[in-house]
Design a binder for this molecule. Sequence first.
Ligand code: PRT
Ligand code: ZN
Length: 300
Amino acid sequence: MKTSEQRIQIALQKSGRLTDHSLDLLAKCGLKFTKSKDQLFCFGENMPIDLLLVRDDDIPALVGDDVCDLGIAGLNVIEEKRLDRHGNDASAQFDQVFALDFGHCRLAIAAPEDAPYDGPMSLQGARIATSYPATLNKFLTQHEVDASVVIFSGAIEIMPRLGKADFICDLVSTGSTLAANQLREVQTVLESEAVIIQTRAPLPVEKQDWINRLLQRLDGVLQVRESKYVMLHAPRSALEQIVALLPGSESPTVVPLEGAGDKVAVHAVCREYVFWETLENLKSAGASSLLVLPLEKMMV
Ligand code: PRT
Ligand code: ZN
């Protein structure tokens, strides 16, 4: 086997909304890269993992055709390429490994502000402009709606004003683009976020081991993102109430405090965001010396 075949190739968006988040996530997994002069390739300095920087639309095929072992792209792009043009499930050559909690948006149907909408049947016989025909067709079939899908890849939001479509089906995040074009969101077709996919092609054991290691680190990075380490003192009598108030924590560590009567120290990893209100409630329940610390790495 050639050395290059032993290295893991990950396809990432070259320049766009997902690029910085994807690179940041991999950096948090401990990967260091050197970019090639043409900016299309990043060589992994400290692990056998390289990056191929491409348009996000090319990522599913690169992983599906086994050119890259892994890829990071929006679920919207992955779904669109996985389905055939009629919206039927095609046998994709990749597995979706897990969602990465960034790039959140939704593929949604929008209507002119004054147009009535009363569920998917309102789309019957309508013209819907989209650059996601497969995903839209799947939705229409599921809801037994017969509509005409107008494929368009430019600024779709202008299509109703030009009289070319009755509805549009496009990505929405804040909704400000729709509002600026006198459109209102009426129907979610797909909730999306960035996901990591892996080729289905069997890989040499050593390579798969490195992939598993990387995926475990990614999982660790995602787990600690909102997690905090909470330390506090509490009277033993209030322990049950205090532990119940700690958000998303499992079996906290309880340590007796030297020379402090029935007081104990409680240490816990909270897997959910710790709000000021939570601290106030803990204090009211008898907790003192409250500390909330960020977590950097976690492996379970
Ligand atoms: O060049 P390349 O093909 O790689 O990039 P691209 O232009 O196709 O994609 P890019 O960088 O715009 O988006 C990459 C991915 O980010 C998408 O596939 C989604 O998974 C995700 N994402 C998250 C979004 C948005 N939010 C988003 N708001 N992608 C696009 N938009 C656009 C949307 O198309 C619409 O034009 O933003 C506009 C709406 O935004 P709001 O905030 O006004 O609602
Ligand atoms: Zn694209």
